[in-house]
Design a protein around this ligand. Structure first.
Ligand code: NAP
Ligand code: MG
Length: 481
């Protein structure tokens, strides 16, 4: 049942799980076959809403990764680099259409395994994942128009490692452009959210894609590390934490491996006094509470112009009271479960630090479900620029708020971060938007909106948020010599 809160109450409307098909146990998808892990070891994936077991997942070791990379290398040399570009495109279109046919099932599994609200997996993650396959399928036989007068060649085997916050969407971001440009793939999903990648392996299998072109190996960090260090992997595409990104850079230093790293963020959402305040409040909510704040580009630092700060914060608190927190499969749910017990304890550690630092603290007054990993939407107001809350990525529904007076002051404050993934600007003035977009050190700057994604638009960071771009033409270039 959806959690009750003070002001708003809805009858539960829980999406059925009767139509989904899940195995009790998942092996590794290598060379077009389901293969037992050589260690015979499996681990459990849980539902973060009720802590129940969902399935057992294979734990791939170095030997399994070696088999997968060799299969991908063989498939690259013998099949994928030899077929025509339009044939490649047809396979990718077929995968996209099959994903659409399974959209409802994929959405439910994503919410079960990750904790994200069904409304988001149904309306955002899964449609966007399909759109990435459609978008890149269209480019497969048009690379000469994407890069006129250049002779572009595939790299070979792409090793791809993804996090748990957008499991299927991140798999699509990685696999679709790699296939369109003629590379083959070994992909490792995050250990808490492997299920939709494994369902994608079933879809890829049903599409008739030649064996070895896409291999899905599940496991922990050591599985990712084995992909990174494999000598036959030509390119690493990684999305995850800055700490692991740094380990990967160290591991590939001195090799010819190409890499794109999409890392952490601490993005600024900036509200000017001439902004449409009600829309801006929705933008703040969407920026930080969307997907429980498990968003690399979450607008986790809010900057409000001083003369409207009182009004914005009052409206924000009021709106937070109406957010429905609870069962991710309930269609009313705005905020689902935190992905894992481990992530919840990280978030709670930051909340404790914030309270101890003494900034004004506010949480929406809701009763959290007794079981599962839940965190109430949280604000810290008048946070110091030096505070841990404004400097470190929390990756949860925790917003730190600062005020500013002038444009120059907010640019300086917003850029004062080791990260630079995204930013939001809310104002009525186009000139102000253009001034800020050119001065903010962020890969994406949204104007009068937040968290909007499209396959044709490149995405990536400045500074410790990583390098390289995914999406759009930039995303193709990253897979070509
Ligand atoms: P993470 O711990 O870095 O894990 C990311 C992936 O790397 C997982 O599949 C993980 O496996 C694997 N991994 C762990 N150690 C490894 C190693 N030594 N070598 C190779 N692979 C290794 O990050 P996370 O906690 O899953 O995800 C949250 C982070 O991702 C946040 O910092 C967030 O900002 C960032 N993120 C960035 C973007 C972007 O586009 N910039 C998008 C989404 C998320 P296990 O899961 O099995 O540990
Ligand atoms: Mg899980």
């Amino acid at each position: 049942m959806t959690t009750k809160n003070n002001n708003w109450d809805y009858a539960a409307s829980v999406e059925s799980t009767a139509h989904i098909k899940l195995n009790k146990k998942y092996a590794l998808y290598i060379d077009g076959k389901w293969v037992e892990p050589s260690s015979k070891k499996y681990f459990t994936t849980h539902n973060p809403h009720n802590e129940e077991r969902i399935a057992e997942i294979a734990d791939a070791n170095d030997h399994d990764v070696d088999l997968a990379v060799k299969a991908a290398d063989r498939a690259y040399k013998e099949v994928w680099s030899k077929i025509s570009a339009s044939e490649r495109g047809k396979y990718i279109f077929r995968i996209a259409r099959l994903m659409q046919e399974h959209a409802r099932e994929l959405a439910v599994i994503e919410s079960l395994d990750s904790g994200k609200p069904i409304r988001e997996s149904r309306d955002i993650d899964i449609p966007l994942a399909c759109n990435h396959f459609f978008y890149y399928a269209g480019w497969a036989d048009k690379l000469e128009y994407a890069f006129p007068n250049q002779k572009k060649e595939a790299l070979g085997v792409a090793g791809q490692i993804i996090p748990w916050n957008f499991p299927l969407l991140m798999a699509a971001w990685k696999i679709a452009p790699a296939l369109a440009t003629g590379n083959t793939v070994v992909l490792k999903p995050a250990e808490t959210t492997s299920l939709t990648a494994l369902k994608l392996a079933e879809i890829i299998h049903a599409s008739g894609l030649p064996p070895g072109v896409v291999n899905i190996v599940t496991g922990y960090g050591h599985t990712g590390a084995a992909i990174v260090s494999h000598p036959k992997v030509a390119k690493i595409a990684f999305t995850g934490s800055t700490a692991v990104g740094k380990l990967i850079q160290r591991s590939i230093a001195g090799t010819t491996k190409k890499a794109t790293l999409e890392l952490g963020g601490k993005s600024a959402n900036i509200i000017f006094d001439d902004a449409p305040i009600d829309q801006a409040v929705e933008g703040i909510i969407n920026g930080i509470f969307f997907n429980q704040g498990h968003v690399c580009c979450a607008g986790s630092r809010l900057f409000v112009q001083e003369n409207v700060a009182e009004k914005v914060i009052r409206k924000l608190k009021h709106r937070m009271q109406s957010l429905q927190i609870g069962n991710p499969l309930d269609k009313n749910t705005d905020i689902g479960a935190i992905n894992s017990a481990e992530q919840l304890s990280i978030i709670n550690k930051y909340i404790k630090i914030g309270i101890k630092e003494g900034s004004e603290f506010f949480q929406s007054k809701c009763v959290l479900p007794k079981k599962g990993y839940y965190c109430a939407p949280t604000l810290f107001i008048n946070v110091a620029q030096s505070s841990v809350l404004t400097q470190e990525e929390i990756f949860g529904p925790v917003l730190s708020i600062q005020t500013f007076r002038t444009v120059d002051e907010v640019i300086q404050k917003a850029n004062n971060s080791p990260y630079g993934l995204a930013a939001g600007v809310w104002t009525d003035k186009g000139s102000k938007i253009f001034n800020l977009t050119s001065k903010l050190k962020a890969g994406v700057v949204w104007a009068n909106t937040y968290n909007k994604f499209d396959p044709s638009s490149p995405f990536g960071g400045y500074k410790e948020s990583g390098y390289g771009r995914e999406g759009g033409l930039h995303g193709l270039a990253a897979y070509l010599k």
